[in-house]
Design a protein. Structure first.
Length: 114
């Protein structure tokens, strides 16, 4: 069982930055690929980025060069640093443990004003 809690969302102007953090409970964190997804109103949930246990990362094209995912296996946390935010980044952001089945956090709202 994995319990995920996100924090760090909020309202920011275009061009600004936010840092999301996800704290995980459970003993499988260090062996699990972790990801951030987002879901904008009226749209499907989409992958933003993931990070494997060894630290390799993957990003959606829409955020490449602006967002950075990182993890701390000692603290069981995974963060998403978001720079150069755009109004199109407005969404609820979800932390996800890519297990079978996956575990999801409750989500945190990110709103970018133009």
């Amino acid at each position: 069982q994995v319990h995920l809690v996100e924090s760090g969302g909020g309202l920011v102007q275009a061009g600004g930055s936010l840092r999301l953090s996800c704290a995980a409970s459970g003993d499988i964190f260090s062996t699990t690929t972790m990801a951030w997804y987002r879901q904008a109103p009226g749209k499907q949930r989409e992958l933003v980025a993931f990070i494997i246990t060894g630290g390799n990362t993957h990003y959606a094209d829409s955020v490449k060069g602006r967002f950075t995912i990182s993890r701390d296996n000692a603290r069981n946390t995974v963060d998403l640093q978001m720079n150069g935010l755009k109004p199109d980044d407005t969404a609820v952001y979800y932390c996800c443990a890519l297990t079978r089945p996956p575990y999801w956090g409750q989500g945190t709202q990110v709103t970018v004003s133009s």
